[in-house]
Design a protein around this ligand. Structure first.
Ligand SMILES: *Cc1c(COP(=O)(O)O)cnc(C)c1O
Length: 365
């Protein structure tokens, strides 16, 4: 078996990249997730052979057999990360080794082969390098990177597949929410759960998102921006949004976030915020927080702020919570001071505006 760690990734330049002038135009207003670069990474896995045929090549549709097992049993995982242009013009990634490790943890949970950390990092860096002209022109833009893996074996039996494709695509994105944007309104899902004990809630797999879409649609129908999920067992403990972790800012200097008990996605933004908040002198605690307590603390003023966080939207204030038993407002209903402070701390590090004391910023070129 070849040593996957040292697997060579071949580069085949796209012979027909998007012309310069068209690309410049597209990059003026990229939106989120609509626009893609000229290349992609593709690496194959075959049981008994390991990882092989690694390439960076022209982004193109991939032929798929209708019996490819992912189409039937959803063996699929992904990551979400961003490449940034720092203030001094350097291109950098934020804690990419954390994404590599979480990708391995997700693979394990879904009975998929683990991609070596080195190969994950190399593949992402090579794509950023070859598509370096695809950074949005507007400030606050970045190159969103989407590594993913799925079962490609042509087989309908129910067992872990023996063949997989690992791929990376890149999408230039604008700022998800503008700085100082107003707070979001979230809908409490009481009919649907995202994750159950023993399930796949801690794995970043497409299936979790599939299960969350009907609740997200309900949130939109209720005029809300996002859905918040409660625990499946008691429908009581606040867990997270469809794709963002939650924090509660208390009036006694405590910052609460729900614990990682297997039903919550371990966000890299979540972990970074916990570290930054402790440095700000806050007492950060991972503890269960119930929906009744949330409502009560918002009413009494014990709860000052609530915010959600994740790679895509970074840090977003939650202003109003809506549910079948009525609405409640947090603080003034707008972004609070601590939310804004922690958001700035993180963004300044990610953008190279302050010294990176944690070794979080990986400079590429
Ligand atoms: C990806 C994701 C997050 C946020 O993770 P980050 O590493 O901070 O981007 C939170 N919740 C869910 C369900 C996710 O899939």
């Amino acid at each position: 078996m070849a040593n996957s760690d040292s697997l060579e990734i071949l580069v085949e330049q796209n012979p027909q990249p998007v012309p310069d002038s068209d690309r410049q135009k597209l990059l003026e207003n990229p939106g989120f997730g609509n626009l893609f670069t000229d290349h992609m990474v593709i690496i194959r896995y075959t049981e008994g052979q390991g990882w092989h045929d690694a390439k960076v090549e022209a982004r193109a549709p991939i032929p798929m057999d209708p019996a490819s097992s992912v189409l039937h049993y959803a063996q699929e995982i992904f990551e979400g990360m961003k490449a940034y242009r720092l203030a001094d013009g350097t291109t950098a990634l934020f804690r990419p080794e954390q994404n590599a490790r979480r990708f391995q943890a997700s693979a394990q949970r879904m009975a998929m082969p683990e991609l070596p950390e080195e190969l994950f990092l190399k593949s992402v860096e090579m794509l950023v390098d070859i598509d370096r002209d695809w950074f949005p022109s507007a400030e606050g833009g970045s190159l969103y990177l989407r590594p993913f893996m799925f079962a490609s074996e042509v087989f309908l039996g129910v067992r872990p597949a023996k063949e997989y494709l690992y791929m990376v695509i890149a999408s230039p994105v604008g700022a998800y929410f503008k700085a100082g944007a107003s707070a979001i309104t979230i809908w409490v899902s009481q009919d649907y759960s995202r994750a159950a004990p023993g399930g796949t809630g801690a794995a970043k797999c497409g299936g979790n998102y599939a299960a969350s879409l009907v609740a997200q649609a309900e949130a939109i129908a209720q005029d809300c921006d996002q859905v918040v999920f409660l625990d499946a067992a008691e429908q009581r403990w606040v867990e997270e949004l469809g794709g963002m972790n939650l924090f509660f800012v208390m009036d006694d200097g405590r910052l609460i976030t729900p614990p990682l008990t297997g039903t919550i996605l371990p966000g890299i933004t979540r972990e970074s915020i916990m570290i930054l908040a402790r440095e700000e002198g806050l007492d950060v605690s991972e503890e269960p927080y119930s929906i009744e307590q949330w409502r009560e603390d918002a009413a009494s003023g014990k709860l000052l702020e609530t915010f959600a966080c994740g790679t895509a939207a970074v840090v977003t204030a939650v202003g109003t919570v809506r549910s079948e038993s009525g609405d409640f407002t947090i603080g003034s209903g707008g972004p609070g001071q601590l939310t804004e402070k922690l958001r700035m701390r993180l963004v300044d590090i990610q953008r190279g505006l302050v010294e990176d004391q944690h070794g979080w910023v990986k400079r590429l070129f």
